[in-house]
Design a protein around this ligand. Structure first.
Ligand code: TXA
Ligand code: MG
Length: 363
């Protein structure tokens, strides 16, 4: 693979959208911002374009892609049937960081998009540039996060180029993304909402929109996160709980080893410092990911401040860039503080557990 990757800067956004849309319509693959992370888009109907996405990312072919639409009205072209509850979720959260897994209308997208499943994941992004691009391209746009498989997702165009320069047709730079973590992936089954991947829309928001009679079930748990790359996670065999194929892969990880420390603040701080000191004692270069309130008190080769503990949305925005910074600084051991699991904290902790590959220390 040796492509000439075009960079469309923020100053040339209008021309960039136009050129990127032409590239998509011609079967090319281009990266673009969404409100969650940058995506790598291609025409979802074109098997060739979709294969280029998998090849550029080095993504396992059994991991299906999310199809992005410019408008919710187009969902019926992809889904064979949409239930009233699914319709209610679309109305409540689209455009926005919610992905719905729906029964696929046969032939609506390439079978490579759905990895042969009988469902298709669909979302309408809240980012103006993303929607303008998709509308101009005139096709449903399959788009995974625009990172090499296994790397943290990109929240800046620079991250996309770090991973994919020379492997894709272009990247549309429109500054930093908003949420910083991916969309929430849900499937409605038997009248209950199953969260396959926690993300930008919180379980609390889903509950509020769905009403008191609808169950909201989380597939996420510490044990389900502990699988090494390519290995099925614990509980993966369970027939009852629908799962997102992508969640079984190791993800979002820095190149160094990472450990996640959870527990009440005082004990957690002591355990973080002890883990860092032990690693330094072994001669490793050690980094700590911490909230602003605690960052100043730690000793390590690098302390990365993820923002105020009172505002976990800041940590969500900062996390992936911080994981990339750990690699840039050549850290070989990273200790991360845990966060409360309510609101966006659930998605944040899901990604931290995955980045740590299941290495969790309960203080
Ligand atoms: O925020 C996001 O969702 C970003 C931006 C670019 O939109 N996209 C993204 O895509 O995170 P990706 O490919 O990195 O993650 C898609 C997730 C994977 O866990 C995949 O297994 C799951 O969605 N998924 C896709 N199609 C599915 C299906 N038919 N059934 C169950 N899970 C599905
Ligand atoms: Mg991804």
């Amino acid at each position: 693979m040796n492509k000439m990757t075009i960079y469309w800067p923020p100053e040339r956004l209008d021309a960039g959208i136009h050129e990127a849309a032409s590239a998509l319509a011609a079967g090319g693959v281009v990266a673009f911002p969404t409100e969650t992370v940058y995506g790598l888009g291609g025409d979802a109907r074109s098997t060739e374009a979709v294969e280029s996405i998998f090849a550029a990312k080095g993504r396992p072919s059994d991991n299906p892609l999310i199809v992005h639409l410019a408008d919710a009205s187009e969902a019926d072209e992809l889904a064979s049937v949409v239930s009233p509850l699914e319709r209610r979720l679309m109305e409540a959260f689209w455009p926005g960081p919610l992905t719905l897994v729906l029964p696929v209308r046969p032939g609506a997208v390439s079978a490579r998009v759905t990895a042969g499943l009988d469902t298709v994941a669909v979302r309408v992004p809240a980012h103006e540039t993303a929607r303008r691009l998709i509308a101009a391209a005139g096709c449903p746009v399959a788009a995974p996060s625009a990172n090499r498989s296994g790397r943290p997702s990109p929240t800046l165009a620079r991250h996309v180029l770090e991973d994919l320069d020379g492997r894709i047709d272009g990247v549309l730079d429109d500054g930093p993304t908003g949420v910083g973590l991916e969309s929430t992936v849900v499937r409605v089954l038997d009248g209950a909402i199953h969260v396959l991947r926690p993300g930008g829309v919180t379980a609390e928001q889903l509950r509020a929109a769905a009403g008191p009679h609808v169950r909201v079930e989380s597939a996420d748990s510490a044990s389900a996160e502990a699988a090494p790359a390519g290995e099925p996670a614990a509980g993966e065999e369970s027939e009852a709980a629908p799962r997102s194929p992508g969640m079984k892969y190791a993800h979002y990880a820095p190149q160094g080893e990472m450990v996640l420390v959870t527990g009440e603040a005082t004990a957690m701080r002591a355990a973080v410092q002890a883990a860092a000191d032990a690693a330094r004692g072994r001669g490793q270069r050690v980094g700590i990911l911490a909230c602003a309130e605690h960052a100043g008190g730690y000793r390590a080769d690098a302390v990365l401040d993820l923002g105020s503990r009172a505002a976990p949305g800041e940590a969500a925005q900062a996390l992936y860039a911080a994981l990339r910074a750990c690699d840039d600084r050549g850290l070989d051991y990273v200790v991360a503080e845990g966060y409360p699991e309510d609101g966006i904290g659930a998605a944040l902790m899901n990604r931290l557990r995955k980045a740590a590959g299941g290495r969790i220390l309960r203080a």
